[in-house]
Design a protein around this ligand. Structure first.
Ligand code: ATP
Length: 287
């Protein structure tokens, strides 16, 4: 039985810079991987013919709409293998929250298969990853990275990077990424004045307050207007001592940056006690 942890991500910055002729939006983003929460994907690669997904999360499809299944189908076709694969997905990352959980699971499936069969090589694996989703290539090697294009042109950050004391709050309602982009298009785009070079410099300085001043997300305006609950969560996190609170991906999960781990853990415990309907997690970035 092969097994992998599927790390999720937050976007410390997310700017939507335009739209390509094929409909895809172009982005400038900074991906920051998280060790936890993470999903766990295991695979029995000598099962009965076909591709089967067992998943603990009842809300998730287990057919080809599941990104693990899609990754496995693409791998089988590209490698010319008749699959006899059974995957077991233990889901811990909130779904459709902006944390990239599905993309992480898909990348883990590609990696499990490649480590067993070695049939495709890095470039081909990357090509399959982009076909599954723009975030998937990042999860093939989840290290802090600036991304451009549709989010697939990665440039890893160099230098010593700080550990970020983070709290995640997922209000528990899903936001479809397509819907959020539609709202942004209607609103005429724009929002954050934060920019990649300044954020990268702030990260390299290790100064948490400077990092806090350089976070941003273009979806924040439209989502906060549509879901006032998000502003309430932000206010709660700021009152609990956060240096900054920002949306990740196209939401609705928010992350908060705290001055240190103790403050982050205290705030997470306090908020989880006060608002048990939200999922509040002191996240681990592994830096
Ligand atoms: P991103 O930040 O990459 O836009 P997200 O965190 O907002 O992603 P996901 O949790 O990846 O969203 O899920 C998005 C959609 O993908 C959901 O509608 C879900 O039903 C579907 N999906 C398919 N497979 C999975 C999976 N293995 N885990 C989570 N969602 C999945």
């Amino acid at each position: 039985m092969e097994e992998l942890f599927c790390r999720c991500k937050i976007n410390l910055l997310l700017r939507v810079t335009g739209r390509r002729a094929d409909g895809y939006h172009t982005l400038e983003t900074l991906f920051w991987p998280l060790e936890s929460p993470s999903d766990r994907l295991s695979a029995d690669l000598g099962a009965t013919p076909g591709i089967v997904i067992d998943c603990g999360a009842p809300a998730l499809p287990t057919d080809r709409r599941n990104l693990v299944c899609r990754a496995a189908e693409l791998y089988a076709a590209a490698a010319g293998i008749s699959p006899a694969w059974r995957f077991r997905l233990e889901k811990h990352v909130p779904v459709a929250a902006g944390l990239g959980g599905g993309s992480a699971d898909a990348a883990a499936a590609l990696q499990l298969l490649e480590s067993r069969y070695g049939a495709l090589g890095r470039d081909k694996l990357r090509e399959l990853a982009v076909r599954i989703g723009a975030d998937v290539p990042f999860f093939l090697d989840p290290r802090p990275a600036a991304a451009r294009g549709i989010g697939d042109e990665l440039e890893f950050l160099s230098g010593r990077l700080p550990h970020l004391p983070l709290v995640l709050v997922d209000p528990g309602f899903p936001v479809r990424t397509g819907w959020a982009f539609g709202k942004l298009d209607e609103a005429g785009q724009g929002g954050t004045s934060a920019a990649l070079p300044e954020l990268a410099a702030a990260l390299e300085s290790g100064d948490l307050e400077r990092i806090a001043r350089n976070l941003g997300n273009d979806f924040a305006g439209v989502l906060m207007r549509k879901f006032p609950l998000l502003s309430l969560i932000r206010a709660e996190l700021m009152a609990a001592g956060a240096l900054a609170v920002e949306l990740t991906g196209s939401g609705p999960a928010l992350f908060a940056l705290f001055p240190d781990d103790a403050a982050a853990r205290r705030a997470a415990a306090e908020l989880a006690g006060k608002q048990p309907r939200w999922t509040t997690i002191a996240a681990e970035d592994g830096m």
